[in-house]
Ligand binder design. Structure first.
Ligand code: PBG
Length: 315
């Protein structure tokens, strides 16, 4: 029979438990700020974040990736790891209110440093001090674990970051806190809209020194292997669409839980196309998500998660 009606989302194509929804939080009361580069995504204050999660829970979402947007930045990114930092405070209030959610926190300094790099930068040589970075990342991860995070997700691409965080967590009794490693994170143009969220674009230089070169796939596989060895419970490939070959290779080579990050630029491009009438949002989102799953993702981090959840619910 010829189908005249549009195809509706196939329920089997993705399940809600495979989706991870990113959330941005900043200090304040009653805030729900638009992010112009990412329509449909907001910066919430902790009180509104709690309301939002309650809505998200109703449509079945229960895995969240929390990013902090600090009020102030400094050279060392001190708002990332100081006591009662915005992420810890939010995680604490979410965990107090919801018992059935899983919270992952992003562990990286770039939103918090005045220079916008992901680690500690030597003032003179403008190079990253890896050891000093590891110490701060470990402090940041520990502060999130203390607040009740289920997973911490190091995304600074510092050498041995998973190992340093695993040791710090274990030494402090947080043996149950898991690690989602941003293992294969490419130096990508697709992060553009995200960098506008916390004004985190590097003020000098770029991230090619510590993020991966997209002309090479071997280094991605080596990074995945290393992160698994260092104790990552889940590994990640990021971005998604231009990197599905890597996703497939990782899935075939390593029998390890794999998350794939459908990043801000991929999301913004879909939104632009919808605005221009190039495609139907629901149709294109299901096509994209299905392709990421087909390549081998166990979890998909996506800004579309809220829409997908409500589409699946409506059927
Ligand atoms: C922090 C971080 C970035 C993203 C996630 N964690 C940005 C970057 O490396 O510039 C990008 C996410 C997205 O584009 O949606 N290092």
């Amino acid at each position: 029979m010829l189908r005249t009606k549009k195809t509706r989302p196939r329920k089997g194509s993705v399940s809600i438990d495979e989706l991870i929804y990113p959330l941005f939080v900043k200090r304040g009361i009653g805030l729900r700020e638009d992010i112009p580069s990412m329509p449909g995504v907001f910066r919430f204050s902790p009180d509104i974040l709690v309301q939002e999660v309650s809505e998200l829970e109703k449509v079945g979402l229960r895995r969240f990736l929390v990013f902090g947007v600090p009020d102030e930045k400094d050279w060392q990114g001190s708002n990332a790891y100081k006591e009662n930092n915005i992420v810890s405070e939010s995680v604490y209030s979410l965990k107090a209110r919801f018992s059935n959610i899983s919270i992952i926190t992003d562990v990286c300094l770039c939103a918090y440093t005045s220079h916008g790099h992901c680690g500690v930068v030597n003032r003179g040589s403008k190079t990253i001090d890896n050891l000093a970075t590891l110490e701060l990342l470990a402090n940041m991860a520990l502060s999130h674990a203390q607040a009740g995070a289920d997973f911490v997700a190091p995304s600074a691409m510092a050498k041995n970051q998973v190992k340093a965080i695993r040791s710090a967590l274990d030494e402090n009794g947080y043996t149950q806190t898991k690690i989602l490693g941003y293992s294969a994170k490419f130096a990508s143009n697709f992060y553009g809209p995200f960098r506008a969220v916390a004004n985190s674009a590097p003020k000098f230089g770029d991230r090619r020194g510590y993020q991966l070169d997209y002309t090479k796939s071997e280094s991605a596989l080596a990074k995945i292997k290393q992160d698994i060895k260092e104790g990552a419970d889940i590994v990640m490939v990021k971005p998604s669409l231009a990197y599905l070959d890597i996703v497939r290779d990782v899935k075939n080579k390593f029998n390890h839980p794999l998350a794939v990050y459908n990043v801000s630029g991929e999301y913004a491009a879909v939104k632009d196309g919808v605005k221009n009438g190039f495609w139907d949002e629901r149709e294109i989102v299901f096509e994209i998500i299905s392709s990421i799953k087909r390549a081998g993702a166990d979890f998909i981090i996506t800004y579309h998660a809220k829409d997908i959840a409500s589409w699946l619910k409506r059927g």
